[in-house]
Design a protein around this ligand. Structure first.
Ligand SMILES: Nc1ncnc2c1ncn2[C@@H]1O[C@H](COP(=O)(O)OP(=O)(O)O)[C@@H](O)[C@H]1O
Ligand SMILES: [Mg+2]
Length: 135
């Protein structure tokens, strides 16, 4: 399905709704696609809030590859800087088996679990985003 959002707040709220949904459905991986500034981290903040994580605790810098909120069963993975590390070194499947993972720049990895939710965020204009959800 496709949904337009018209503000950062909208995208965060959509993330929260999707966060509750994936919890209820047992979906363990959310793969995010979209250029820099699209809103992947904003969407992640919304999902994280459904897992009891405060938005200020979700980093927007791409320097940390894996932020581990293990006590909440949540991993925020940002693959922007993956070049320096191989996919095997990261052992993402370890995270996928342990909790819920939200992955920014998911196009950089080859294999995703079958039951992943794919979310593509497109920049339409300054405050408008087109979010495509593929269940
Ligand atoms: N509808 C919208 N949804 C999400 N972010 C938006 C929207 N409109 C404007 N923005 C802005 O776009 C930027 C998205 O940043 P961010 O989530 O860090 O992008 P990414 O992680 O994809 O690089 C933020 O500055 C945010 O305020
Ligand atoms: Mg980001």
């Amino acid at each position: 399905m496709k949904i337009y959002t018209f503000s950062e707040k909208d995208t965060k709220l959509l993330g929260k709704i999707i966060g509750s949904y994936i919890k209820a459905e047992g979906i363990k991986v959310v793969a995010l696609y979209g250029e820099m500034g699209a809103g992947k981290t904003v969407f992640t903040k919304g999902i994280a809030s459904a897992f009891g994580i405060q938005e200020k605790d979700i980093m927007s810098s791409s320097f940390v590859i894996v932020s581990n909120y293990e006590d909440k069963g949540f991993f925020h993975i940002d693959l922007y800087r993956l070049e320096n590390l191989s996919e095997e070194d990261l052992d993402l499947w370890e995270y996928f088996e342990t909790g819920t993972s939200v992955i920014e720049w998911a196009e950089k990895i080859e294999d995703l679990p079958e039951n992943s939710l794919k979310v593509k965020i497109q920049l339409v204009d300054e405050n408008t985003r087109l979010i495509s959800l593929e269940f």
